[in-house]
Design a protein around this ligand. Sequence first.
Ligand code: A3P
Length: 289
Amino acid sequence: SQGVMATQFFTYKGIPFPCLEYSPETLDYVDRQFQVQDDDIFNITYPKSGTNWMLEILSLIRCDGDPSWVRSVLNLRRAPWIETNRGLQNALRYPPPRLLSSHLPIQLFPRSFQSSQAKVIYTLRSPKDVLVSLYHFSQALHLYKDPGPMDAFLQDFLSGNLHYGSWFDHVAGWLGLRGQKNFFYITYEELQQDLQGSVVRICHFLGKKLSEEQISSVVKNASFQTMRENQMSNGSQIPDEYMDHQKGQFLRKGVSGDWKNLLSEEQSHRITTMSCERLHGLGIDFPWD
Ligand code: A3P
């Protein structure tokens, strides 16, 4: 389907990317030449799955719960996106140990990861809430295609005709790594149900020993409310060239199940059907099922 293009797109190995901030050369470099280090920690998600939430949690864990870093350094500087032109430059200049972010599907992720001990934290979220969050956000962020009417947008979502491609492929691809000891995955829904317990699990995966007090500080400073008030985390610093701040915000609602306010039963059913078809074989019970 068409949709209004807010920016020009190009396709790299079948995945659409906006020309603003992305280039085939950068993506090719990231795939083939980017050197993953053993002490790298990667925050990986499909867009709108809780990327910035996890980024905040990882930033706070790194500082033993001390919020001064998250209050003074912009989130995308704390964990640059390796695949954007500018993010890559920042990643290459980052003194180790690096905290890095990516929305790349696994087939475009740096090859050097395979032979490294770098750790990946993959956060995923109910596809219906991702769709709804993305629908709202696409109206504000110029990097995304204007969503148009929901039916057309849903069609794009199901066929993967979106920035970063198909949610279903993304999830199936990354979750293929489960069982590998440098791979950890968690859902947005789990973070919401039990943030403290989730932080404990993440610390365990990272081999970080935090006191109870430090864990509480991570939880407090990564809350929706605190993040919303933090200029370094709430997206308010994104230049107008990239985002229309009147039309949407990064920390929009921060709840699960908001899709019920926007999707018809038929639309919801189409997502459920495709989820069953595409993800059933993984043998995972997702918390939203
Ligand atoms: P909604 O649009 O449903 O509110 P990403 O960071 O991957 O772009 O994901 C954005 C989504 O995560 C938004 O969802 C946003 O509100 C939610 N989010 C960000 N920080 C959060 C937090 N601390 N607690 C709960 N949700 C959070």
